[in-house]
Every structure is written in C-alpha cells, then in structure tokens.
Design a protein around this ligand. Structure first.
Ligand SMILES: NC(=O)c1ccc[n+]([C@@H]2O[C@H](COP(=O)([O-])OP(=O)(O)OC[C@H]3O[C@@H](n4cnc5c(N)ncnc54)[C@H](OP(=O)(O)O)[C@@H]3O)[C@@H](O)[C@H]2O)c1
Length: 243
C-alpha cells in the first residue's frame, strides 16, 4: 500500500517524542492523526510540521486515559479520517523526579501509572481492533529504558511507571504471537529532546522520528524490541540492521 493510502494514528503525537515522529511520517507522505487533550499543543504541532504536509495532519482533541474518552476520540477519529492503518503510541511524560518513595503520596504514584500505563492500555484496547487484522498495518509502542533502572535519585516512580509499560508490551507480544498486523516496540535508553533543548547524550526527536517512520514504512518485522541508546542505533533503525 502506498504511504499516501496509509493513515497513522499517533497517540502522544503532540509531545516531544511524538512530534518528531509525526513530522517524519508526514514527510514520507503518510496521513497522520493526532489526539491530544490540549488544543494549544495541537496548534503548536500544526505549525511545527512541514508546511506542505499540513493538509495530511488531522488533529483531534480527546483524552485516551479513560474508556469513555478513548471511545469518543475513536468515533471522532473515524469520522475525520475514515480508517486507521497504523498506530504509534508514545503516551506518557518526558520526565519525573518527584523524590524518593517515602516522600511521595499514593496520588503521585497513581498519576504516574495513569499517565504511563493506563492510557497505553486503554488506547491499545480501543484502537488495536482497527489495525489488528491488517497484514499491511502496524502498532508500535515507544517506551523508555527508565523501566529497567533508576536513572538517578528521586526518579523511582518514573522507573515504576516505565517498567509497567515495558511489562505490558511484553504481555502483548506473548499473548498475541500471531496477529496479522506488525506489533513492535522501540525502547529508548536515552533522553530525547528538540534540537534547541539538546543535552549531552540526548537524541534529537527529529532523528528519532525518522527512524520510527522508517520502521512503520517498512512493516517487515513484528514482535521485535528495537533498543535505541545512541544516534548510531537510530541509523541502524533507519537501515534495518539488527539491534
Ligand atoms: N522524552 C524523553 O527523554 C524520553 C526518553 C525515553 C523514552 N521516552 C518515551 O516517550 C514517551 C513520551 O515522552 P515525551 O517526552 O514525548 O512526553 P510528552 O512530551 O509529555 O508527550 C507525551 C504525550 O502523551 C500524551 N498523553 C498522555 N496521557 C494522555 C491521555 N490520557 N490522552 C491523550 N494524550 C495523552 C500527552 O498529550 P497531551 O498533549 O494531551 O498532554 C503528550 O502529548 C515517554 O512516556 C517514554 O515512554 C521519552
């Protein structure tokens, strides 16, 4: 199927990671739909993508953190774009450093899990049926390496939340070993930022976007975890080398 016939739903597409992916997908000729709770973030995204691709971007205000909200967003999405062929999910937040666990409340932990796990689960349950039976379709999760180690003091709940998303992706790979659509995970073991906010060791969200867009475009691997720790890994993702 030509890229111009494919419609990618980018969950979290207005965020730091997601916006790089959305821009790269649009530059490759895909149609892209983004759901965000915040219309001003969607406006910012519209002015961020390449001007010539703006007409291929559909922006929907919605909250995929609850079953009712996700269902409502799905109806609005299907009304606007008709079909979805691929999903890229980069839901969550950029960073959390609220302090060591004994200083935190249950409410803090709830927010972390809600943002990283509940939204990922609820949106998967709502949108996976749209792509599941398409052998030319895909569902790609963007996750973080913070789930495997405490990155620095005070980031413990980030580890708990990121680990829950890693576990969820593992469960999907094992529970659905033979779905027609490609089910992949890109695990980023580095910070990601826009060019003007780069710090040492960080990945440029535009480069990450190009790597993820290339993976979606190729559509030839499934049930894989692509671990990205450096710009060199991103080049490999672009060129389809084993990681
Ligand atoms: N940034 C990094 O350094 C980094 C590094 C490694 C891995 N990652 C991975 O990338 C993910 C995203 O990071 P990011 O830096 O892009 O975070 P971000 O800029 O905060 O973007 C996250 C996006 O998720 C969306 N979202 C969260 N809950 C939602 C809900 N209930 N309904 C609709 N949208 C919802 C937010 O939408 P709204 O527009 O509605 O707020 C936001 O656009 C992380 O969770 C992590 O797995 C990031």
């Amino acid at each position: 199927m030509a890229n111009s016939d494919r419609v990618v739903l980018a969950l979290g597409g207005a965020g730091t990671v997601g916006s790089g992916i959305v821009k790269a997908l649009l530059d490759k000729g895909f149609k892209v739909a983004v759901i965000s709770r915040d219309s001003s973030r969607l406006d910012k995204l519209r002015s961020f993508v390449s001007p010539s691709t703006k007409d291929n971007l559909t922006a929907i205000v919605g909250d995929v953190g609850s079953e009712a909200g996700a269902e409502q967003a799905k109806q609005a999405l299907l009304k606007a774009v008709g079909k979805v062929t691929d999903v890229v999910s980069s839901l969550g937040f950029s960073w959390w450093q609220g302090g060591p666990p004994h200083t935190q409340s249950l409410k803090d932990l709830h927010w972390v899990i809600e943002t990283l796990l509940f939204s990922t689960f609820v949106s998967w349950k709502t949108f996976f049926p749209l792509v599941r039976d398409r052998s030319d379709g895909s569902y790609t999760f963007i996750t973080g390496g913070a789930g495997e180690k405490v990155l620095m003091p005070g980031t413990g709940f980030l580890t708990v939340g990121a680990a829950s998303t890693l576990a969820f992706c593992q469960v999907l790979r094992e529970e659905y070993p033979e779905v027609p659509c490609k089910l992949n995970q890109v695990k980023i073991d580095a910070g990601v930022a826009a060019p003007e906010r780069m710090a040492p060791g960080y990945l440029n969200h535009l480069d990450l976007g190009e790597g993820v867009a290339a993976l979606v475009e190729r559509g030839n691997s499934s049930h894989s975890v692509f671990t990205i720790t450096s710009a060199a890994d991103l080049k490999n993702l672009l060129l389809q080398k084993n990681l």
